[in-house]
Design a protein around this ligand. Structure first.
Ligand SMILES: C[S@@+](CC[C@H](N)C(=O)[O-])C[C@H]1O[C@@H](n2cnc3c(N)ncnc32)[C@H](O)[C@@H]1O
Length: 330
């Protein structure tokens, strides 16, 4: 019997739209830039140094062909690469196109503008915590109060197989309440926060609790990775990713900071449309789809473990995710 691998009659327009949309050097560069992070049209116009109307046109073509997807963050639309649709005629084409693009270097001018935008996002987030450290808990409680998720994280941590108990890293400890859970379990705990005012609060809290094995470091995971700050058995990241300019980059950093076989536990909000959280709580992103974390973790080389989802009374949903760095082989 001859197997019929030819696309169905209706696939031709779809394939042509795909190829046509991709058949433009600028649009290919846009897809390259959208490899990891999402950007708004104004940011993309800046990155490519072109008018917003021109950029909007290219994004429309790419989105019409299913090559980019959009997500609304308050009043802004953010563009990202669309995941290849499973089973569609275009799936393989799109996968090969994206992996080919990922091997292409970015022009220096574009890399510089991308770095500028990431740095502006980070500055806005840092500034929020610098200015609001004193009323931190009040603001946090508007969305999710710490005990609601801390208990679940503690439970999952107790069940998580780890390569050792030498070192834990907590990214963004805030007021430092979770340090009291980590300190008795690990020989050494590193608390890494990029807002000095928050770190001071965490330090004061640790002193009150009599925790003497916690080191406090002011910085972000990119700096920690560059400085090879730790090789952690476990990394905990509670309610931090929605404040970070590039959550995808943080997954890569965490993988680099983990010992082989080590685990990362991440708590964050599921996607929501409560735009007030951006101003009231300094959120850069209105939560995340569970697949966002799965995809970023997979690209960073992390393997998926357990997931726990729970709803809060105020309508927010929380995701608690566990990922592992592959154990060393041989
Ligand atoms: C919403 S608070 C969460 C605090 C604590 N983990 C909790 O669950 O209560 C976010 C914390 O992450 C810190 N933060 C935000 N972005 C960060 C980054 N890129 N690197 C390190 N810390 C960061 C903030 O300064 C703040 O202390």
């Amino acid at each position: 019997m001859v197997e019929n691998n030819s696309p169905g009659q209706n696939s031709y327009p779809q394939l042509a739209r795909h190829l046509k949309a991709a058949g433009d050097p600028l649009r290919l560069e846009i897809l390259r830039v959208l490899a990891r992070d999402s950007y708004g049209v104004l940011e993309l116009s800046r990155i490519f140094d072109m008018k917003q109307s021109g950029m909007s046109h290219h994004l429309k073509v790419l989105s019409g062909a299913g090559l980019v997807a959009t997500r609304r963050e308050g009043n802004s639309i953010f563009y990202r690469r669309a995941a290849p649709a499973r089973g569609a005629e275009t799936e393989r084409l799109q996968t090969v196109l994206f992996s080919t693009l990922d091997r292409q270097p970015l022009p220096a001018s574009i890399s510089t503008r991308l770095a500028d935008i990431q740095s502006e996002r980070a500055t806005a987030s840092k500034q929020f915590f610098a200015e609001n450290a004193a009323k931190f808990r009040e603001q946090q409680d508007l969305i999710a109060s710490f005990p609601v998720y801390a208990e679940q994280v503690q439970e999952l941590l107790a069940q998580t197989p780890l390569p050792g108990t030498a070192c834990a890293l907590e990214v963004g400890p805030g007021e430092g309440e979770f340090l009291a859970v980590l300190a008795p379990r690990f020989e050494q705990v590193v608390a890494l926060d990029n807002a000095a005012a928050m770190l001071e609060q965490a330090q004061a809290q640790a002193a009150r609790e009599g925790l003497d094995n916690v080191t406090f470091v002011c910085g972000d995971t990119g700096e920690a990775r560059r400085d090879q700050l730790v090789t952690a058995d476990c990394v905990v990241v509670n309610m931090v990713l929605h404040h970070t300019p590039s959550p995808a980059a943080m997954f890569q950093d965490i993988n680099a900071l983990l010992r082989p076989g080590g685990a990362v536990l991440i708590t964050d909000l599921c996607r929501h449309d409560q735009n007030w959280a951006r101003t009231a709580c300094g959120d850069l992103w209105l939560g995340f789809d569970p697949e966002d974390f799965s995809n970023w973790a997979a690209s960073a080389g992390l393997e998926e473990g357990q997931s726990v989802y729970f709803a809060l009374r105020n309508g927010f949903q929380i995701q608690l995710r566990q990922f592992f760095k592959r154990a060393a082989t041989g």
